[in-house]
Design a protein around this ligand. Structure first.
Ligand code: GLN
Length: 550
């Protein structure tokens, strides 16, 4: 095997939540800013084949790629920070690796052999890494979990072996660690980092760069101490300082000369970085001209990670409008007739995000009715759109017991239902499903085209007729109620090219009321904010200005 591609492996030490995903994404951004082509990959230690079947409280958001893979939320960071085109090969889990190996074993591929972690699992991991290496200068691979965890050992062993396969000059190990400031001692402590690196070295990996997460720039003395104990040069110890906005991370890394060091160690020559866009972006985020408050009425509100891309997309919509977006997370279970007004009155816009299961549905319905009647800008995403349709059917179109069959199988007006059969243009096959279908990977997933109606709110926002957006849902708008709902004033402004699937609904006598069956948040970028979020925040700002006048 010959290697023209370089590989950077990123591991994490001491504790989780140090921002390994953001660090990986930021390294990607810096390398791109120097003209290199890169891709990123996440290796996750858990046994689920993908995170699609995990509860958001367990795992945070499930990020969906164009090709319909349900992936780790770090892929969201990768896409937001870089131009890398990601798909199902950019995220592997222990479950996915074992699934492949066991399938091969059953097929007889290893006939005669004992199938073992080393070499069979580790070989499969290395093969998975190589699936994304074609045509790029650098592959950045983030290893989930923390060094010392039992679960991630096969991944660590595989990346250790990778260096001898690919050649020393082609592989770099970056270790993100934690250097806490202990107020009582009045100093930062390096011991956790020493231990973590010791652990890493005990499995045969000598880190090349230590990224030290801390709340202050580390002094030369501290860096020297870390360098001495961890067997690296002092200029290979970098401060990964806390920042005000995540989009500042590439700039702080650059200030520490991280990109220069990486390129030096990998022996790559590039132009100097162009970071003007990032500087302007951070400048804009830090100095907004105005602010709006958006109420997010959902049920996963206690874990911000559950709505990661959504939060970012709202921020992006704000950047485009020179405005800070404050998020007010409202537990939909606490919303009822009496609390609704008081709880939502201060919001300049109301958003009901995606979700699964019946809990909190009635509260979401109340919030949507409030937004509709009070003419507060409303954005319904996936489940938010579905509940919006139910609310409209019940309270405007006179179908009082309307529901989605996800929540009431016996409703006389199943305005949202499980489409038993539909033609999937991706597989070019008729897909069938019922309530007994497998739950993993069986939703309508990934990018689907959609045509917009001229003069609609959506058309105005996008400025074009054909769009492509990412989906992740099982239930659909029921065409049997299309006419009735249309007569009652619901506008189906986005439809699949074959005319079968309703993808966007709006209402006319309202400043901004839009529900979409897809997840626009997955495609929003800080430097290329999603048109629906830009338009929604613009409407929220107008609503705020108008309410201030009244
Ligand atoms: N639960 C709904 C469905 O499966 C909506 C899913 C979502 O919001 N992502 O169709």
């Amino acid at each position: 095997m010959s290697f023209s591609t370089k590989f950077i492996f990123i591991t994490g030490g001491v504790l989780s939540s140090l921002g390994k995903g953001l660090a990986s994404a930021s390294i990607g951004a810096l390398l791109e800013s120097r003209g290199l082509t890169i891709t990123l990959q996440k290796l996750d230690p858990y046994i689920n084949v993908d995170p699609g079947t995990m509860n958001p409280f367990q795992h945070g958001e499930v990020f969906v790629t164009d090709d319909g893979a349900e992936t780790d939320l770090d892929l969201g960071h990768y896409e937001r920070f870089t131009h890398a085109k990601l798909g199902r090969n950019n995220n592997f889990t222990t479950g996915k690796i074992y699934n492949t190996v066991i399938t091969k074993e059953r097929r007889g591929d290893y006939l005669g052999g004992t199938v073992q972690v080393i070499p069979h699992i580790t070989d499969e991991i290395k093969k998975s890494i190589l699936t994304v290496a074609k045509g790029v200068d650098v592959v950045i691979v983030e290893i989930g979990g923390t060094i010392g965890d039992i679960e991630s050992l096969p991944f660590q062993e595989a990346i250790r072996q990778f260096k001898s396969d690919a050649g020393k000059e082609n592989v770099l190990y970056v270790h993100l660690t934690f250097v806490p400031y202990i107020a009582a001692a009045g100093e930062v402590k390096t011991k956790p980092t020493q231990h973590s690196v010791k652990e890493l070295r005990s499995i045969g990996i000598q880190p090349d760069i230590l990224l030290c997460r801390t709340d202050r720039f580390l002094s030369k003395e501290i860096k020297s101490k870390i360098a001495l104990f961890c067997n690296v040069d002092v200029d290979q110890v970098m401060t990964a300082k806390d920042v005000e906005t995540i989009y500042e991370v590439p700039l702080v890394f650059h200030q520490e000369r991280l990109d220069e060091k990486i390129l030096g160690l990998l022996n790559i020559w590039t132009r100097s970085p162009k970071l003007g866009d990032w500087e302007r972006l951070v400048e804009k985020i830090k100095n907004p001209g105005d602010s709006v408050t958006i109420a997010i009425v959902g049920k996963y509100i206690h874990l911000r990670e559950s709505y990661k891309s959504l939060n970012e997309a709202l921020t992006h919509g704000g950047i485009a409008n020179d405005c800070k977006v404050n998020l007010d997370f409202v537990d939909s279970e606490t919303i009822d007739e009496s609390s609704c007004h008081q709880r939502l009155e201060a919001a300049n816009g109301i958003l009901v995000p995606g979700g699964f299961g019946a809990r909190g549905i009635e509260g979401k319905m109340k919030a949507i009715a409030f937004a509709r009647k009070e003419k507060v800008p409303f954005f319904g995403i996936c489940l938010g759109m579905q509940v919006g349709v139910v609310e409209y059917a019940r309270n405007v179109a006179g179908m009082e017991e309307a529901h989605s069959t996800e929540f009431d199988d016996a409703t006389p007006f199943p305005v949202i239902y499980l489409m038993k059969e539909w033609f999937d243009y991706k597989s070019q096959q008729v897909q069938k499903r019922d309530t007994t279908s497998d739950k993993g990977g069986t939703m309508r997933l990934g990018a689907y085209p959609c045509l917009l109606k001229k003069d609609s709110l959506s058309y105005k926002a996008y400025g074009k007729k054909e769009i492509s957006e990412r989906h992740r849902h099982r239930y659909e708008f029921n065409n049997a109620f299309k006419e009735k709902l249309e007569q009652a004033g619901l506008i189906m402004s986005g439809i699949s090219p074959d005319g079968q699937l309703v993808e966007i609904v709006e209402i006319a006598d309202h400043p901004w009321f839009l529900g979409c069956q897809f997840h626009p948040e997955f495609k929003s970028r800080p430097m290329d904010p999603h048109p629906l979020f830009v338009s929604f925040i613009e409407a929220a700002l107008a609503y705020k200005k108008q309410s201030d006048k009244n």
